[in-house]
Write a protein that binds this ligand. Structure first.
Ligand SMILES: *[C@@H]1O[C@H](CO)[C@@H](O)[C@H](O)[C@H]1NC(C)=O
Ligand SMILES: *[C@@H]1O[C@H](CO)[C@@H](O)[C@H](O)[C@H]1NC(C)=O
Ligand SMILES: *[C@@H]1O[C@H](CO)[C@@H](O)[C@H](O)[C@H]1NC(C)=O
Ligand SMILES: *[C@@H]1O[C@H](CO)[C@@H](O)[C@H](O)[C@H]1NC(C)=O
Ligand SMILES: *[C@@H]1O[C@H](CO)[C@@H](O)[C@H](O)[C@H]1NC(C)=O
Ligand SMILES: *[C@@H]1O[C@H](CO)[C@@H](O)[C@H](O)[C@H]1NC(C)=O
Length: 628
């Protein structure tokens, strides 16, 4: 059905003259028809044509559609689409609307396609050699390592500002802020807002004061404030014509939009804060919020103006106090990744920038030719693990996004797993953040046969500091000084509903994994919390709902507990057994009618992913399609 434009806004006139105006109609009609994967591919045809008209036409038309459909507040529409629209336009100009990359874009941007099956690819690995002679535990006293993540510090947090605003980031003063807000921001934080700097100081103080001392800390990324709140989804208004005059430029006051100068300042400020507060070294990793626009890490750096090199330059400098000169250079030249031996140990920390494997990094969709190893980070990881193996050392891999999540590209997760399998004896631990939850994910030598004897590695996921996802927390590991295996995980937290929180937050132990879970699994006193231990714990969770509900409460440190019924429990357990994203159960149940499936998938997409990815163009684009 043809949709006619009755009134043509001035800003679209050049576009209409260039294309005979039918292109605008075609885009609107295709959005109104987009309900599943096939119609999403069809939608990309007019979108590609629009992208060829130019970035400005692409951004203007989508901004107008976003505003008129009520998908977001006008300033949010304009801010996000002007920052991220050109990335999507760039992709569309390079790819075929019918190809596999288009399917992946329809998955990531609109939630309308299932990811295609993994493209087979063999990572180049050194030939497997006999199991290396591993260090044996001599039962020495463990040392302690602190794991922090997702601090999301808002340096414009203002005490007394409105914590219950209608913007994506609250607890800041905006031009239209009320004089006497109903819910003023407290001195140390609010569950609707990201962390004030004082909350980070309080945590770092608690780390510095830990009994027994800390050998070093790891920090798995997300320095910069993200989304303070997931706003309720508005009802979709069908757009058939664009019929007001141009509002472009009217909503330039998008002060909540995080830009490059702000990210640079935030990264530097937190590096300085870590250095000032913690006497021991910190080994950090880069998070998806540590760039601008959010999640944006261009794959192809031939165009220097589009590169994230500035992030790596800032961190190469900011992390230099803790890294040796080789690692410092790697941060700069290996896209924010590095490999560094912890002084006085035989433990190597390999920090990987996982954002090149992140579905919401929209730079990844700009080629029809599969790109198995964007930026060569898989090759870097394999090479560093090989050096570690040859040197008889052990390695910890640290990174922001755990490899089992739905928002990790399935291809790269599969290739990463090949590396984990090959170097399973060298890898003594894997550590991530991003979900804001206290979780773990297991890798198996055979994912079809998930059993204790097949469990080869485990990724431990740290809770967040930001109070938006529960009580602020960090993890303390007891580490065997011979094997570098984890003997215990203790979660330390501060309770945001205690009155003392706003005056002087009290940090205390929430639970110990060994103390709470050890007896349920029958763990022997000398044994580490091995991959087999974590697998056996999933079996306990499957058999004992009381034990599982404990885990479910621990996820948010008791601060934002959601009900998890037996279906949800099955999905959670399946996800615990998937440090390879093709094996997780975040997909809708097979067998549901496709339309229903894609719609529910889309809604889950809009709701869940925003929490980790921040408000971005993906959740706006999804709201413009008919499936929403
Ligand atoms: C927060 O805002 C909502 C919507 O404006 C309102 O209904 C609610 O009462 C507010 N809460 C507080 C504590 O002010
Ligand atoms: C690099 O990207 C910028 C920003 O999109 C663009 O203006 C410029 O023309 C590009 N340069 C090259 C050489 O492609
Ligand atoms: C896990 O369970 C298996 C089978 O019950 C048992 O043989 C093994 O010792 C357990 N391992 C750990 C670490 O609990
Ligand atoms: C189930 O878990 C609860 C809570 O950890 C524990 O108290 C109880 O003994 C467990 N039940 C069985 C049968 O193991
Ligand atoms: C936090 O404090 C509140 C209020 O004192 C209390 O009800 C709640 O149980 C505490 N949460 C935890 C996890 O200790
Ligand atoms: C959960 O998994 C168990 C064991 O696999 C199965 O018996 C049960 O039916 C599942 N429950 C739901 C609600 O799917």
């Amino acid at each position: 059905m043809r949709v006619f434009l009755r009134f043509l806004p001035a800003f679209l006139l050049p576009l209409a003259l260039a294309t005979g105006s039918t292109l605008i109609d075609d885009v609107l009609a295709a959005l109104n028809n987009a309900v599943d994967c096939t119609s999403c591919h069809a939608l990309l045809v007019p979108l590609k044509a629009l992208a060829h008209v130019g970035d400005t036409a692409f951004v203007d038309l989508f901004t107008e559609t976003c505003i008129q459909s009520g998908a977001e507040d006008p300033d949010v529409c304009q801010g996000i689409i002007s920052a991220e629209g050109p990335i999507i336009a760039h992709d569309l100009r390079q790819i075929s609307p019918a190809g596999q990359t288009a399917t992946k874009l329809c998955d990531a941007l609109f939630g309308l396609c299932e990811p295609p099956p993994v493209n087979l690819f063999r990572v180049q690995l050194p030939p497997a050699h006999p199991v290396p002679r591993l260090p044996r535990s001599t039962g020495k006293k463990p040392f302690q390592v602190v794991h922090m993540s997702d601090v999301h510090i808002d340096r414009e947090y203002t005490v007394g500002a409105d914590a219950n605003c209608t913007k994506n980031i609250c607890c800041r003063i905006f031009a239209d802020s009320p004089q006497n807000p109903g819910e003023p921001a407290g001195p140390n934080g609010n569950p609707r807002c990201d962390s004030p700097p004082s909350l980070a100081d309080s945590m770092l103080q608690a780390v510095a004061n830990l009994d027994g001392g800390v050998k070093f800390s790891i920090f798995t990324g997300d320095v910069v404030e993200g989304l303070a709140r997931v706003l309720p989804l508005p009802a979709r208004r069908l757009i058939k014509t664009i019929f007001v005059s141009c509002v472009c430029g009217k909503y330039t006051g998008a002060t909540w939009l995080v830009d490059k100068p702000e990210v640079m300042a935030d990264l530097r400020a937190f590096d300085a804060q870590l250095l000032a507060r913690l006497p021991q070294p910190v080994f950090p990793a880069i998070g998806n919020h540590d760039s601008a626009p959010v999640n944006s890490f261009p794959r192809d750096s031939t165009n220097a103006t589009l590169d994230s090199q500035w992030v790596f330059d800032v961190q190469s400098e900011g992390w230099a106090p803790w890294l040796d000169s080789v690692a410092t250079r790697q941060v700069k030249h290996v896209s924010g990744s590095y490999s560094a031996l912890v002084p006085g140990t035989r433990l190597r920390i390999i920090s990987i920038n996982t954002q090149y494997w992140y579905k919401q990094n929209f730079w990844l969709y700009d080629s029809d030719t599969p790109q198995p190893d964007p930026k060569g980070l898989l090759a870097f990881l394999a090479r560093e693990l090989h050096f570690t193996e040859i040197a008889g050392q052990r390695a910890w891999i640290i990174g922001h996004i755990p490899l089992g999540k739905e928002d990790i590209t399935e291809d790269q997760s599969n290739y990463y797993d090949q590396i984990v399998q090959r170097f399973q004896h060298t890898i003594a631990g894997q550590f991530f953040g991003h979900s804001h939850k206290d979780q773990f994910e297991i890798a198996y030598s055979d994912f079809e046969d998930q059993a204790a004897f097949n469990a080869v590695s485990v990724g431990l996921i740290a809770p967040a500091l930001t109070p938006t996802s529960g009580n602020p927390a960090f993890k303390v590991y007891d580490v065997d000084p011979d094997t570098y295996e984890i003997m215990d995980v203790r979660v330390m937290f501060t309770n945001i509903t205690e009155p003392s929180f706003q005056t002087s937050p009290v940090w205390k132990e929430y639970y110990s994994a060994r103390g709470t879970y050890g007896p349920l699994v029958g763990l022997h006193p000398q044994e580490p919390l091995s991959p087999a231990f974590w697998h056996n714990l999933t079996e306990v969770f499957a058999a004992n709902d009381t034990a599982f509900q404990l885990f479910n409460t621990f996820l948010s440190r008791g601060g934002a507990v959601s009900i998890c019924d037996s279906n949800c429990r099955n999905v959670s357990i399946c996800d615990m057994r998937a440090l390879r994203s093709e094996n997780n159960c975040d997909h809708p149940a097979a067998g549901a009618p496709f339309r229903k499936r894609s719609a529910s998938r889309g809604r889950a997409f809009a709701r869940d992913f925003v929490e980790c990815s921040g408000p971005n163009i993906g959740h706006i684009f999804f709201r413009l399609t008919a499936s929403y």
